[in-house]
Design a protein around this ligand. Sequence first.
Ligand code: SAM
Length: 281
Amino acid sequence: MLSYRHAFHAGNHADILKHYTLSIVLDYFNQKDKPYSVIDTHAGAGMYSLADDFSQKNMEFETGISRLLSAQTLPKPLTQFVAMVQSFSQAEKLNFYPGSPKVSEYFLRANDQLRLFELHPNDYKILVNNFKGESTLVKVEMQNGFVGIKACLPPPSKRGVVIIDPPYEDKQDYQYVVQSIKESLKRFATGTYIIWYPLIPKQEPEKMINALRQLKVNSWLNVSLNITKPLGNGYGMFGSGLFIINPPWILPSVLEESLPILTKLLGQDSNASYQIESEIR
Ligand code: SAM
């Protein structure tokens, strides 16, 4: 079942939380010269036009990245994030929004590596096209990311960031995430793993988070952003979160500073709120 197309959602509140956090993590990785790898198990198309029919259908970017663009003042890390996003549009107007592969590529240095997995044939084609002629250090594969990740770990330099961002249309994705993390930690215990999840009125995300909390890892951080109150009908995403294993030590304080601002900017009603919990050793 591959009906999900990220182009409908590009630049929405969930992308902001995910890509902002990813950019903080990669900026931190760049503080050391030693090369690292980014492995993106569910890459999507890589770059999205905000003018095409997908983006224009629900204009989700209007209540996402557009709100950051029109903010008067932002703290430095958010200003840098907005500048990164804007760097993909030639004109002053925001025409494009980068997906996680392009966000990663923005930060990568000459010796770092990017491994991308995307299963949807159309998005795979667009992704390949978006990386055409780029460095050989970027490898794009049309493969199940939960399977492909195994051969990527540990990365050659033993430094790496793994992004796991499934559509969760298939309920089994929640179990695949936990299984994949358990196997990955055996191969690469010191890696930084960023797992995205939706806030929906169902038990599966909470069950997955509980299973991740119980893993024997040194450090973890769980951040979530509710943009509205849960809808009473049992459906609909009312926010999103990220569970991060082995986060950089600076991440809790950067998020503590940014999340109140993101909640104000991206919140859609008075129930908007955020939560950050962490165990950092
Ligand atoms: N990570 C992207 C970003 O932040 O820009 C968005 C990814 S989107 C939420 C999830 C993507 O995973 C979709 O493009 C979907 O086609 C793809 N997908 C679904 N199941 C997959 C699997 N098992 N392996 C690899 N890709 C998969």
